[in-house]
Design a protein around this ligand. Sequence first.
Ligand code: PRX
Length: 642
Amino acid sequence: MSAIPNPVSYTDFYRQSIEDPEAFWGAQAKLIDWHTPPQQILDVSKPPFTRWFVGGTTNLCHNAVDRHLATRAEQAALIAVSTETGSEKTYTYAQLHQQVQCAAAVLTALGVTRGDRVLIYMPMMAQAVFAMLACARIGAIHCVVFGGFASVSLASRIEDAQPKVIISADAGSRGTRVIPYKPLLDEAIRLSAHKPSAVVLHDRGLAPMELVAGRDHLASALEARHRDTPAPCVWLEATEPSYVLYTSGTTGKPKGVQRDTGGYAVALAASMKHIYDCRPGETMFTTSDIGWVVGHSYIVYAPLLTGATTLVYEGLPTQGLDGKPNGAIWWSLIEKYKATIAFSAPTAIRVLKKQDPALLKKHDLSSLRTLFLAGEPLDEPTGRWISEGLGVPVIDNYWQTETGWPIISMVNGVERKPSKFGSPGLSVYGYKVKILHEITGEELTEPNQKGVVAIEGPTPPGFMQTVWHDDARFVNTYWSSIPGQQVYSTFDWGIRDAEGYFYILGRTDDVINVAGHRLGTREIEESISGHAGVAEVAVVGVADSVKGQVAMAFAIPKDSAIVNDPEAAKALEAELMRRVSEQLGALARPAQVRFVAALPKTRSGKLLRRAIQAVCEHRDPGDLTTIEDPTALQTIQQMVGT
Ligand code: PRX
C-alpha cells in the first residue's frame, strides 16, 4: 500500500476530506488495484449525482480475491459456520478463487454478461458469497434479496430488477426449523411479470425441490461441467454499477439502491483501515446477513478487499453447532478463529443479555479488539453491558443501505477519541452532516437542537449512485424533502452536541426497524388491506425492549361487528398475520392486529400514524389541531391503556 498522508488528528483528517476531496480520495484510491488509473477523481457536473474515479477501470472481485493470490493463497479467506446444519468449513484465498471462478463460468454459460442482473435469494451459505463475487467478476449486477422475505416481496424485486438468472437454494433454516425457499421462489416468479431465463439451485438436502424443466438447474450439475472453465475478471468503469440492493421507504414500492464499482471498493478499503481498524490477515466476524447492506459491505466485500478472513455465520446467536442451545456460540467462534473485529446489531446483544452473563467470560477473547454495533439505536444499558462483559470497547456506527458504509462513527483507526454512550460519534470523513430544521430547512447550528439529519453533496465514494433505473425517484425522494436546498435527507431525526457528537432519534418517515431489519410500514399495510375482510389499515412501529421496534396494525374490518366480537376479531387477526408472513416474511408480521371502527386522520384525509405510534408508546400525541375525529384516537388510546 502506498503512503497515505498521516495527519496528526481526526479533526485534520476530516478537514482534508471536506476541503480537498480530490486529494483525499485520490490518496485513498491507492488502497485498491486499478487496471487503468482514474483520470478524474471527482465529477460533480450534474448534482446531486456524484461520480468518483472517472476513467478508472477496476474489478471488485479482482480486488477481493485474485489480488491476494500472490501473497495469501493459503490464508483463510472465508470460514462458513452454520449452527443450522452443524457445518464448519474454511476456504483459503486459492479455494475461494476456484469457487468464484467456477460460479462465474456457470453464469457466463447461462448467457449472463456485463450489466445483466442476477438475483440471489439464498441463506447464509458460502455459495451465496461465491455467487456475489462471481457476478462482480463478470460485471453482472447482483441483487441480493434477504432470505427472510417471502413471495410478494421477492416478486416486486424480481419485477423491478428483471434478472436474467436467479440463484437460490432448496431451503433456509432458523432455529433448526427448515424454511423451504423453492416454493416461495416459484410463487414469486409466478406473480412477477418478468420471468428469468434460468434458475440455479443449491441443494443442501433440507427440503425437496421440484425442478421446472428448461428453467431450473441444479448448481452441482452446472458446476461439475465448469470446474475448470476460466472466467477472467472483466475490467469495469469505476462508475459502472456493481449491485442493486432493495430497501424500504415511505411508499410500498421498494427502492433499488444502486452502487458503483470503484468508489465502493475505495470507500470500503478506507473504512477498514480508518474506522474498523481491521488489518490484512486478521479475522472479522460480522453477524449480519448478506441480504442486508451490512452483509454486503462487511461480510463480503470489505474484509476480502483488505486481505482479511471473513467469518460467515448461519444461525441464531444462542444455538451451538450441535443444534442445542448455546448462548456463547459467537464468543466460542471468536476464540477459535481469533477474530479481532466483531460487528453485530444491538438487537442481537439484547437477546444475549437474557443469557447467563458468565457465558461472556467462558472463552478467551484476547484476540478481540473492538465490537462494532449498527443498524438501530444502541441504548446505554445494552452498550455498557456488552462492553464491560467482553472487556472490549464497543463502537456504535450509524449509516444506511443508501450510504454503504458509516456516516457517523468514532474513527479510531485515525485517532482514538472517547466515545459517549448513546451517540454513534462524529461525522465520518467525506460526509458533510448537518442538522436541519424540518420545515424551514435552516441549519440548526446551536448544540442539542433537534432536526433532520442531512448530508450536503458531493456525497463520498461508496454512496448510492441513484435508484435503479429511476433517477427521478432518487432526486425526488432523497434530495427534495428539505425546503429551499438540494441536500440528501437521511429521514432520521438527530441532534449534535457542543463537541460534534451526534445522537440519532428515530425516523422521520414510515420506516420501522424490527430487530435491526429495516421495513416499510406501507408494504405491511398493502398486504393487510389486500385481504377481503379489511377496509383500511394503519401500521406503526412501536418500541420493544428486545427488537427495538415491532409492527402494530390497527384495521377497520369491512364487517363492523368484528370490532365488538372478540372471537371473530381473534380469527381475523390470525388470518392477517398469516397473510403477512406468507406474502412478506415472518419479520414483517405485526405483533398485534387490533380492530377499530375508525382511524385518526387529518381533515384532508391523511392518516395520523405518528399520533397512533405516540399513544401506543404511552407518549403525548402532540399537536392534534388538524385531527378530523378525535374519538378515533381516543379509542386506540383506551385500547392500549393510556
Ligand atoms: O434509522 C437509522 C437506523 O437504521 C436506518 C438504516 O437502516 P439500513 O438501511 O438497514 O442500514 C443499516 C446500516 C447499518 C437508519 O436510517 N440506524 C442505523 N444505524 C443506526 C441507526 N439508528 C441509530 N443508531 C445507529 N447506529
